[in-house]
Design a protein around this ligand. Structure first.
Ligand code: PEP
Ligand code: MG
Length: 585
């Protein structure tokens, strides 16, 4: 077998070399078996036993995940438990067993397939989420009816690279970090749940590989490069050698980098910047501190609203924000208010179907239309602000009117607390995310009424270049170094500084080491990124002088294509840190 190179979307950094474990192709086909009338009660009780057994399995898994990874991760399974209580489904199975006189496994499978096909025809994000819940639970029930043991990732008893079409939240959540060396999936994007989990578990991952499961067989030797998105099947001895060297090098580098944990993110000539973490779950605190972050530059609160059937109450949110404030003490935690819509949907709120959800009713637009939901979050946040250094940030601000309306609701929420004598930090900073081109172009106006900016380039790039950030077919056009994007970023930093406010960035591009050089040269104040990237970027910052990066930024801004800028920055990075970036496989 000769070497095959596949290219997907890099989802979590790192290199893994190991055998493939193709996951998820289990044969649960069932034959139809006639039964006698006397056997009907037996079949029904087999079905009921399978439901009870499945329920116990799910509760045990939920408990295990909640203990190991935090309660929020376990809440995924609440939706699964709800499927088990679906009376329509259960009654349809029982009545068909009685009517058709066929064994229950066959009937159940038919009813399940019918349900899934009905849901699949409806184009609705919420219902799509429900299909994977129904399939997940359905397969569990079927396995129990057939007396089969499930091949769960938690049972994997050797070290392997998981290859799957897709991984459900329960699959990723039950992964054993010591045995799952990496994972690759056919579908998914950089911002999918799977990619987020991979980053927080620190397992290398490549998603959107399209034909991975078709081309990779169980046991095939694999190399996964989660930083570049390459997956190499049956690598040649030379390729293997190059990656083994690279893997060893990465291991050595990360050991050296841990020595930077308690050192400041400061250039060789003493310019200090802030390096902070992006988090999705409050229980990421330990990892954030372990990677030496100065604080949290972006807490994406919408994950708090996901995988649950109701909206979180004010008290629940208060408890989560307080926990963060307590853990980080004087270090800052920027809490981004709800950013639902676009590609982020929740079960507890039915969003209308839209032609262009990324340009539709999302984020601050949704919050301003639903002040009841928005103010519940704002009050929780204000209440928690007395326990630490919390700041409020609004997503998707497109102009000063929205900023003023959102701030007015903060004032209203403050008034409500004041009337009840509930304390809050009256001086709490309120900032804007700059992720819409119109906000970048009017950043001088916004700066006068914002305590700080954080540039959200994940969205800014897609809107500036008209490139859907989740579409792998046009991923080649999604260029962080496009001169159009760089000019917007530069304008925002300058407008912020003219008004005397801090400008940070929390989009993914800030964690690319070569781009960090450019941003440092442009004068960016805060670099906020997934915890795994913090030490690497701190090292880049500590290796340069201010004049050096200013020169790099000036030259980069004279170049006319994204590719030229990218090549130029990578060359500079290799010159500055040849030991680390000198040779790539
Ligand atoms: C961004 O758009 O850059 C950002 C950080 O927010 P999100 O990825 O959650 O949209
Ligand atoms: Mg965004």
């Amino acid at each position: 077998m000769s070497e095959v190179i596949l290219k997907g979307i890099p989802a979590a950094p790192g290199i893994a070399i190991g055998p493939a474990h193709v996951f998820g192709h289990e044969d649960l086909s069932v034959e139809s078996h006639p039964i006698t009338e006397g056997q009907v009660p037996l079949e029904i009780s087999r079905f009921e036993d399978a439901l009870i057994q499945t329920r116990q399995e799910i509760i045990a898994l939920q408990k295990k995940i909640a203990q190991e990874m935090g309660v929020e991760h376990g809440e995924v399974f609440d939706a699964h438990l709800l499927v088990l209580e679906d009376r329509t489904l259960i009654e349809e199975v029982i009545s068909r067993v009685k009517k058709d006189r066929l064994a229950v496994d066959f009937i159940f499978n038919e009813v399940l397939q019918h349900y899934a096909s009905v849901f699949a025809r409806i184009e609705d994000e919420y219902l799509k989420e429900r299909i994977s819940d129904i399939n997940d639970v359905g397969r569990r029930i079927l396995r129990n009816l057939l007396g089969r043991k499930r091949t769960v990732l938690a049972d994997l008893d050797y070290q392997a690279v998981i290859v799957a079409h897709d991984l459900s939240p329960s699959d990723t959540a039950s992964m054993h970090k010591n045995r799952v060396m990496a994972f690759v999936t056919d579908i998914g994007g950089k911002t999918s749940h799977t990619a987020i989990m991979a980053k927080s578990l620190e397992i290398p991952a490549v998603v959107g590989l399209e034909s991975g499961t078709a081309q990779i067989k169980n046991g095939d030797p694999l190399i996964v490069d989660g930083s570049s998105g390459f997956v190499i099947v049956a690598p040649d001895p030379e390729t293997l050698k190059r990656y083994e060297i690279q893997e060893e090098k990465i291991r050595g580098i990360s050991q050296v980098l841990t020595t930077l944990k308690d050192l400041p993110a400061e250039t060789r000539d003493g310019t200090r910047v802030v390096i902070s973490a992006n988090i999705e779950f409050p229980d990421e605190v330990a990892s954030v501190l372990q990677h030496g972050a100065d604080g949290v530059g972006l807490y994406r609160t919408e994950y708090f609203y996901m995988n649950r059937k109701d909206l979180p109450t004010e008290d629940e949110q208060y408890a989560a924000y307080k926990q963060l404030a307590d853990s980080f003490k004087e270090r800052h935690v920027i809490i981004r208010t709800l950013d639902l819509g676009g590609d982020k949907f929740v079960s507890s709120f039915q969003f209308p179907k839209e032609m262009s959800p990324f340009m539709g009713w999302r984020a601050i637009r949704f919050c301003l239309a639903r002040p009841d939901i928005f103010k519940m979050q704002l009050r929780a946040l204000l209440r928690a602000s007395v326990h630490g250094n919390l700041k409020i940030m609004f997503p998707m601000i497109s102009g000063i009117d929205e900023m003023r309306q959102a701030k007015a609701l903060v004032e209203e929420s403050k008034g409500e607390l004041q009337r009840k004598n509930i304390p809050f930090n009256t001086q709490i900073e309120v900032g804007a995310m700059i992720e819409v081109p119109s906000a970048a172009l009017t950043s001088d106006v916004l700066a006068k009424e914002s305590a700080f900016f954080s540039i959200g380039t994940n969205d800014l790039i897609q809107y500036a270049l008209a490139v859907d950030r989740t579409n792998e077919k046009i991923a080649y056009l999604y260029e962080p170094t496009h001169p159009g994007v760089l000019r917007l970023v530069k304008d925002v930093i300058e407008a912020g500084h003219r008004a005397g406010i801090r400008v940070g960035m929390c989009g993914e591009m800030v964690s690319e080491p070569e781009i960090a050089l450019l941003l440092l040269g442009m004068g960016l104040d805060e670099f906020s990124m997934p915890s795994v990237s913090i030490l690497e970027i701190k090292n880049v910052i500590r290796s340069v002088t201010r004049d050096q990066v200013r020169g790099i930024a000036e030259e980069a801004l004279t170049l006319t294509t994204g590719l030229q800028v990218d090549d130029f920055l990578k060359r500079k990075l290799r010159e500055i840190l040849p030991d680390i970036y000198g040779q790539q496989p």
